[in-house]
Design a protein around this ligand. Structure first.
Ligand code: ATP
Length: 231
């Protein structure tokens, strides 16, 4: 469950997000859709405790991210748009570390299962610094999903992924949501939002253009989702 109420963020004279409100109930994949500079990343960074709101509140699993950060942060997995992974570890070492930190049951078998899903098993003992961007993105996704968090927050998940991995990730998000979890993702891609998300907020230069299912958005404005990339 994610609740954003009257969230506004200003950077000096720039209003990056202006009075944004939305709720993501469990079992839902929710998309923040908008082109460059719309305010998607700024919103995500407020939700994961990285950029303090100018005003408004952001809650994860009922916890105010900025007043109850320990409880809120225990409830979500976060995948940034450019994930940083310590390059001197192998993928298996990193995933073991994450698994032990979060006390994941049967962690070795879980790691092997995930590496197989993303066709990474044969590279699992290579240092992460040798990985391509897409491979690192896959490891970041595995490390966020390994603890099975109630809420998954993902910035531009498909950028840099090959078609096989993109399909896997779409299915993983669906499975995660169907198990009663919450998924929030950002995208600039209208077809991706349409294919993956149950509900969408369309942002443009920090303002909300529309919110709802794709059908509702089309009915509201006809063009609420226009202006974002069609790739
Ligand atoms: P993109 O896909 O390009 O990342 P976005 O929708 O994620 O776009 P944001 O990165 O949230 O957009 O940026 C929204 C606005 O806030 C932009 O005008 C951006 O220049 C501005 N902005 C973001 N972070 C900062 C910052 N730290 N200082 C000043 N301005 C910022």
């Amino acid at each position: 469950m994610i609740e954003v109420q009257h969230y506004t963020k200003r950077f000096g004279p720039i209003t990056a997000v202006n009075d944004l409100s939305f709720t993501v109930p469990p079992g839902t994949i929710f998309g923040l859709l908008g082109s460059n500079g719309a305010g998607k990343t700024t919103t995500i960074r407020a939700l994961v405790g990285l950029t303090r709101p100018t005003s408004g509140t952001v809650r994860v699993q009922g916890f105010d991210v900025w007043r109850e950060p320990v409880q809120a942060k225990a409830a979500f997995g976060y995948i940034p748009d450019r994930p940083y992974l310590y390059g001197k570890l192998t993928a298996r070492e990193l995933l073991r570390f994450v698994g032990q930190l979060y006390r994941v049951p049967g962690v070795e078998a879980e790691i092997e299962r995930w590496l197989a899903v993303f066709r990474l098993a044969e590279f699992g003992n290579e240092l992460l610094e040798t990985y391509s961007h897409g491979m690192r993105q896959k490891v970041a996704i595995i490390s966020a999903l390994l603890p099975d968090p109630p809420v998954l927050i993902v910035d531009e998940p498909m950028v840099g992924l090959d078609p096989h991995a993109a399909r896997q990730v779409r299915e993983l998000f669906r499975t995660h949501a169907d198990r009663g979890r919450t998924v929030l993702l950002t995208t600039h891609s209208l077809p991706l939002a349409e294919a993956v998300c149950d509900r969408i907020v369309v942002l443009d230069r920090g303002k909300v253009l529309g919110e709802g299912t794709m059908e509702e958005l089309r009915a509201q404005t006809g063009t609420a989702a226009g202006g974002v990339d069609g790739d």
